[in-house]
Design a protein around this ligand. Structure first.
Ligand SMILES: Cc1cc2nc3c(=O)[nH]c(=O)nc-3n(C[C@H](O)[C@H](O)[C@H](O)COP(=O)(O)OP(=O)(O)OC[C@H]3O[C@@H](n4cnc5c(N)ncnc54)[C@H](O)[C@@H]3O)c2cc1C
Length: 217
């Protein structure tokens, strides 16, 4: 009731095009050595900016400024199946979920794994998902896609939003865990209010709850 699904692949594709058309998007791996912290601004390549915001999910592990934060990461895998006989428009939630995507395609997921930190889909997780799916899906289907990703999960399960403990032009938006779609709007509004209006981030999200860890390293 009163819920919806955001097609994040379509959202990212079109928002990326919107930014590229305005010449506001550069697609490259960030080179931390090229970042220069100046008094009151930052420099990167040919760019000068008042602030920098890192929003790199599990990529935070390669970020020398924020890798003190306890972001552990939880791997998840999803299948896409084609099931022409299913004819279901509602989301079904059992031991796994089935989400209708249209054209007889359905998304099935997800797994939760804490040790493996790769983005590679595994046969083990595929079998885990199929075994659970087969307990309640009783029509023929074929698997047409299988993907994996790392959820940016934090030890206390809360987002990581705020300013670096030492560098005042450096910010972070991360720790969205397994609910990025729901949490990102509020978390990014909190960050915007901090950067532009100097309004404090709600304590539950504020990364300053881990500042002691930064100075311990
Ligand atoms: C299987 C699975 C199912 C999920 N289901 C749901 C769901 O149903 N609902 C929901 O709300 N959430 C779901 N999530 C969680 C959701 O995907 C995350 O919360 C969300 O993607 C986090 O967003 P983010 O932008 O912080 O990080 P990411 O989506 O990980 O994006 C970070 C981006 O930064 C890039 N990057 C990293 N390092 C660098 C670098 N050095 N230079 C340049 N780019 C870099 C990465 O390539 C990536 O594009 C699911 C996750 C998984 C894995």
């Amino acid at each position: 009731m009163h819920t919806g699904r955001i097609d994040t692949a379509v959202l990212l594709l079109h928002y990326g095009k919107y930014l590229a058309d305005k010449d506001l998007l550069l697609r490259e791996t960030f080179d931390f050595e090229a970042l220069k912290l100046r008094d009151g601004f930052v420099e990167y390549g040919g760019f000068k900016a008042k602030n920098i915001v890192f929003a790199t999910g599990f990529g935070i592990k390669n970020n020398p400024y924020f890798n003190y934060l306890p972001l552990n990461g939880t791997k998840g895998e999803l299948l896409t199946i084609k099931a022409p006989a299913l004819k279901e428009e509602r989301v079904i939630k059992s031991s796994v979920f089935i989400i209708p995507l249209g054209k007889d395609m359905y998304r099935v997921g997800a797994t939760y794994k804490w040790k493996d930190k790769s983005n590679t889909p595994t046969e083990e997780c595929k079998q885990e998902l199929l075994q659970k799916l087969n307990t309640f899906l009783k029509c023929p289907y074929e698997v047409v896609d299988h993907v994996a990703g790392i959820r940016p999960t934090v030890s206390d399960r809360k987002p990581l939003v705020g300013r670096h403990p030492e560098h005042e032009n450096m910010y972070l938006l991360n720790g969205l865990g397994s609910r990025g779609v729901m949490i990102a709007p509020m978390a990014s509004m909190q960050l915007y209010a901090l950067i532009e209006n100097k309004e404090a981030v709600v304590p539950e999200m504020d990364l300053s709850r881990f500042t002691k860890k930064h100075f311990r390293n």
